[in-house]
Design a protein around this ligand. Structure first.
Ligand SMILES: Nc1nc2c(ncn2[C@@H]2O[C@H](COP(=O)(O)OP(=O)(O)O)[C@@H](O)[C@H]2O)c(=O)[nH]1
Ligand SMILES: [Mg+2]
Length: 111
């Protein structure tokens, strides 16, 4: 697939109508600082569409980028090595768990 357009769509902290709009989602998951955001930038051919950082735990939202007006790339917060307070670490973990185990179940129910 050739990527011809890519825009930031939304940064969500949890339940949000964007997850129910029927547009397919391709999620990037992995430990903090492994290069998830960098891979997205490489794939779309833009240097700073997804914010990258050498500081593990900088991504604190579920960021969605609309690709070719047809699907989302979903840049998830990393887990594991985030150099952030434990409370924030817990909330990042809860966000990723919610994305995988709750939001997608809601989608199935809708269709
Ligand atoms: N050496 C090297 N560093 C990379 C590479 N990809 C990303 N990085 C760096 O690793 C750090 C974390 O990258 P980022 O994409 O923000 O990781 P994320 O937390 O998984 O989204 C940043 O400082 C990047 O510049 C790579 O292929 N090689
Ligand atoms: Mg990132």
């Amino acid at each position: 697939m050739k990527i011809t357009s890519a825009q930031f769509a939304k940064g969500a902290r949890g339940s949000d109508s964007i997850f129910e709009d029927g547009i397919p989602q391709v999620a990037f998951i992995g430990r903090s600082n492994v290069g998830k955001s960098s891979v997205i930038n490489f794939l779309v051919g833009q240097n700073d569409l997804a914010k990258t950082s050498s500081f593990p735990g900088r991504t604190q939202k579920i960021n969605l980028f609309l690709i070719n007006k047809a699907l989302y790339f979903v840049d998830l917060p990393g887990y594991g090595y985030a150099k952030v307070p434990n409370k924030l670490k817990d909330s990042l973990r809860a966000m990723v768990n919610w994305y995988f185990f709750v939001s997608n179940c809601q989608q199935k129910k809708l269709s």
